[in-house]
Design a protein around this ligand. Structure first.
Ligand SMILES: Cc1ncc(COP(=O)(O)O)c(C=O)c1O
Length: 525
């Protein structure tokens, strides 16, 4: 239901209030082109209004081109929207992300209010609430069952009873020293990034760090080289500040550095440890090429190391920020994947020449991160809880990852999977005899399993998709048993849809029967 606030005692008639509020929802992007509206009967009942009042408001909006009324089908926000509202005010650029893709469309400004200058729509990649699927391979969250609740509660109580001074006043905008020291020690030991705590600024996740960096460097006409495909949340932030994206195609060695030559970008955004979403690890050679490009062209690299706490095979390659002799890397880290995204805590590590500017921009944004979250996290790291927690969940995620890969092999034979050596997701490229990723995701959904083509998994491609056969499978929130069950259900759905041959070896068949027995034991079939 659309959130309408009708005030019978207000000046404008009820019909005008409905008209205004729907129009505002369209302008601000909370109602996207193509979105279905409740029927006039439903809305009238819900709002306790006469149906005629709603019908008249809908008809006026339809007359002006903002709504489409299709008899038998319902009422929808027009797609595309009219170019301008009676030509009164200039149009603003808007990015619509209903499909997970950042397509730019032009939205009209309201005739009555100042134009909305936001150049980005809502970020729909965040999945909220319980999943509709029995088994959901949604990527992005840590497993809630692994949250160190007892230790966290204890630290929270201890810190709250120790002092209330820190909650009553403002703290340093860059974050409390205890946490910045703990993070400096963590990245120095685990990512070989030797830094001073002064270089760390605590943020509300990597997402805020992307905003802070953008605020420092991006305005219309600034070019940002981004991996193609890249993390949608980054693409939308850069666009929201007016930046234009320069695509760096991705292959098995990470972002292609040859595309940087003469591209005019002053920033490059990369996920070298575990490229999002393909999972590729950037080769050493490309890492040095990227750093050399930044040094030569006077650009900054934004290194998003979002899931580097999880590496299963082989030693991690050194972070760009650790290889950086020339101070051109801005490093983003987050506790979303290791502890929990609800914590909303991450950090940005800046080269020395940016310490003061980053401090200032964080103060401008919100005067700093909540003290209690910071002190609990600092104690958790300093008392050894974080290292223990990481060891435990690495093992847990590692087991689920193995179960996932094994059962994919059992059900489908040799599979083309990338990114399995690290992180919390893999990308599966479907063989040619399979339907497209979108169709396979639909078949899986009909079996109660969530799997996601890359445009539905929080990734953004620039231009036509080069990955119509790619699916993202996150596995961190699943147990090994559930991961197996999910794959089995997908195989069963595909079999029903007549997709084959899947795995025809005798051992494969036997294993499949075994997995099926296990799944029915779990009551998942
Ligand atoms: C590649 C990448 N970077 C950044 C983020 C944002 O993380 P945070 O929760 O720390 O804002 C995500 C979230 O899923 C991500 O996948």
């Amino acid at each position: 239901m659309i959130p309408l606030h009708i005030d019978e005692s207000a000046g404008p008639t009820l019909q005008v209030q409905i008209y205004d509020q729907i129009l505002r929802s369209i302008f601000t992007g909370s109602l996207l082109p193509g979105a279905a509206l409740p029927s006039s009967r439903e809305l009238a009942r819900e709002m306790k209004l006469s149906r005629n009042t709603v019908v008249l408001a809908y008809e006026k909006l339809a007359e002006e081109g903002y709504l489409t009324m299709r008899s038998g089908a319902g009422t929808f926000v027009a797609k595309p929207l009219p170019e301008a509202c009676g030509g009164v005010l200039p149009a603003v650029e808007h990015i619509v992300t209903g499909t997970g893709r950042a397509d730019v469309v032009t939205l009209p400004s309201s005739p009555k209010y100042p134009p909305v200058l936001l150049r980005s729509g809502a970020l729909h990649m965040v999945q909220q609430g319980p999943s509709q699927h029995t088994v959901d391979f949604w990527y992005g969250s840590a497993n809630s069952r692994n949250f160190p609740l007892r230790e966290w509660r204890q630290l929270l109580i201890e810190n709250l009873s120790r002092t209330s001074v820190n909650i009553s006043g403002y703290g340093p905008p860059e974050g409390i020293l205890e946490l910045r020291q703990a993070i400096a020690a963590h990245v120095s030991n685990n990512r070989a990034i030797p830094i001073d705590p002064d270089q760390v600024v605590i943020t509300a996740g990597a997402q805020e760090a992307l905003n802070l960096v953008s605020r420092l460097f991006i305005q219309p006409s600034v070019k940002i080289a981004v991996e193609d495909p890249c993390y949608l949340g980054a693409a939308l932030v850069f666009r929201s500040y007016g930046g234009s994206l320069v695509p760096l195609p991705v292959d098995e060695y990470g972002a292609r550095t040859d595309a940087l030559e003469g591209c005019g970008a002053t920033l490059a955004y990369v996920t070298p440890s575990h490229q999002f979403p393909t999972g590729a690890t950037m080769s050493k050679r490309r890492r040095f090429e990227l750093l050399n490009w930044a040094e030569k062209s006077g650009a900054y690299i934004i290194e998003d190391d979002y899931d580097s706490d999880f590496r299963y095979d082989g030693p991690p390659l050194a972070a760009l920020a650790g290889l950086n002799r020339n101070s051109s890397v801005i490093y983003l880290g987050t506790f979303s994947k290791s502890v929990g995204s609800g914590l909303r805590t991450g950090y940005v590590i800046v080269p020395r020449q940016l310490i003061e500017q980053m401090r200032q921009v964080k103060a401008l944004a919100n005067y700093g991160h909540p003290w209690i979250e910071q002190i609990v996290l600092a104690d958790f790291i300093n008392h050894g809880g974080f290292a223990r927690h990481l060891r435990r969940i690495r093992q847990f995620y590692g087991q689920t990852r193995l179960a996932l890969l094994e059962s994919m092999k059992e059900q489908f034979g040799p599979v083309e999977v990338s990114g399995s050596d690290a992180g919390m997701h893999v990308m599966w490229t479907l063989p040619q005899h399979f339907p497209t990723a979108k169709e396979v995701a639909e078949i899986a959904a009909s079996e109660g399993v969530g799997i996601y083509p890359i445009d539905k998994a929080g990734a953004h491609e620039i231009g036509p998709s080069r990955y119509p056969r790619a699916l993202v499978l996150g596995y961190a929130v699943l147990s090994p048993e559930l991961a197996r069950t999910g794959i089995l259900k997908i195989a069963r759905g595909l079999e029903r849809a007549g997709v084959g041959p899947l795995c025809s070896t005798r051992s494969g068949r036997l294993l499949r029967q075994g997995t099926r027995r296990e799944a029915s034991r779990l009551g998942a079939l």
